[in-house]
Design a protein around this ligand. Structure first.
Ligand code: KIV
Ligand code: ZN
Length: 384
């Protein structure tokens, strides 16, 4: 299969930081940006310079630090926003401005009190304005998820004519199902006559829990760039989680691939979790602390025989330090024996059933049986 490389666009520092309570210090932004560069993302969206002096400074500093990834800054379709974004990016090796405007009728009427024609004209004017100041302009068609597909196609053609090199079609409110989003992206790609002059980007929110699925659907429909955030942080239910997109591309045989190095994922996840004081849910895919934990007897027995029985990803691939099997009331004999054998305690193998029986009684009283509990339990039995 002839595979297409797609660009990974990280927006943890911009859209991710928009999550309630997720404000980052400048120092944390620089550390995260550096780690994103190790990971090998293609574009880092560093902030929204017009929004505050601190965000302007953050984009400036990230621009000075990052050498291998492109650095992007956000702007609304307004001259002042664009001027400040261009200014903040002036030290970036490869700068990009992303500017845009709402494209659903809901946004056009309720946010802008405007018309489709007026919005097309503003978008054209502002993309042209930005293109004269900076080489790489990305346009975002806000709320594309709820926009009329014919109008969206018209908008994409319009902004490509004005000079946009990348057109982002966000499902801003996480409204689409994967089938709908696939159809939308495919419709735009199949309909817009000048589409070959630009890349289509997918940017999905997680309001219905479909952000990663929608992103993959968009890529399969022909998009060339995927946007997301580390740990899926972001407004409301968050953005598509970058680690989920990356690992899906890594382990599935798809017509698209990424060149990022996933070994940094685990470290980056912990860094973002700490910096944002935003705990990752235990069962979060890929990076949750339970993502590679097995606690039932059937699963533990299978994992002890061969991890691939119950793991689709080798945790070492993402730099995840493998936890020991967790012992609970649902654990079986194989896991208990395996753990006792790793501990430096005396254990009479032929009486294993007695150990197992005592273990189950204890496990019924607490959620996890620790190594210390096991040592005490074995000592008690050995004394009898
Ligand atoms: O979700 C969205 O529409 C956005 C744009 C600003 C790209 O984050
Ligand atoms: Zn967004």
């Amino acid at each position: 299969m002839n595979k297409k490389k797609i660009d990974i666009f990280d927006t943890t520092l911009r859209d991710g930081e928009q999550g309630p309570g997720c404000l980052l210090t400048l120092q944390s932004k620089l550390e995260i940006a550096e780690q994103l560069e190790f990971l090998g993302v293609d574009i880092i969206e560093a902030g929204f310079p017009v929004s505050s002096p601190a965000d302007f400074k953050a984009v400036q500093e990230v621009s000075k630090l990052i050498k291998n990834a492109k650095v992007c800054a956000l702007a609304r379709a307004r001259e002042l926003d664009i001027d400040m974004a261009v200014d903040a990016l002036k030290n970036a090796v490869c700068p990009r401005v992303q500017l845009g405007i709402g494209t659903s009728d809901i946004h056009i009427k309720n946010k802008f009190n405007s018309t489709r024609d007026e919005i097309l004209a503003v978008a054209f004017k502002m993309v042209r304005y930005a293109s004269k100041k900076i080489e790489e302009v990305q346009f975002f068609a806000e709320d594309a998820g709820r926009a009329d597909n014919l109008f969206l196609a018209k908008m994409v053609e319009n902004v490509i004519d004005a000079g946009a090199k990348v057109v982002n079609l966000p499902d801003t409110n996480g409204f689409c199902t994967p089938f709908e989003y696939y159809e939308k992206i495919k419709f735009v790609i199949d309909t817009v006559p000048n589409i070959h002059k630009a890349k289509i980007s997918v940017h999905c929110h997680n309001d219905l829990g479909m952000a990663t699925a929608n992103t993959i659907a968009g890529l399969l429909a022909g998009a060339s760039q995927a946007e997301g955030t580390v740990n899926g942080v972001g407004e409301r239910a968050g953005n598509a989680a970058l680690e989920e997109i990356i690992m899906t591309l890594m382990i599935k045989d798809l017509p698209v691939y990424t060149t990022v190095n996933p070994i940094y994922i685990s470290k980056l996840s912990k860094m973002v979790e700490r910096a944002m004081s935003n705990a990752v849910q235990a069962n979060k895919a890929i990076v949750g602390r339970n993502a590679f934990a097995h606690s039932s007897g059937i699963h533990q027995d299978g994992v002890l025989k061969d991890r691939s029985n119950y793991e689709i990803i080798d945790p070492a691939m993402i730099g995840f330090e493998l936890p020991d099997l967790i012992l609970t009331a649902r654990s079986g004999r194989a896991a208990l024996k395996n753990r006792i054998q790793t501990l430096d305690i005396q254990f009479v193998e032929k009486e294993f059933e007695l150990y197992y029986d005592c273990f189950l009684r204890l496990a019924d009283t607490k959620s996890i049986v620790t190594d210390a509990d096991l040592v005490d339990l074995c000592h008690d039995i050995n004394k009898r």
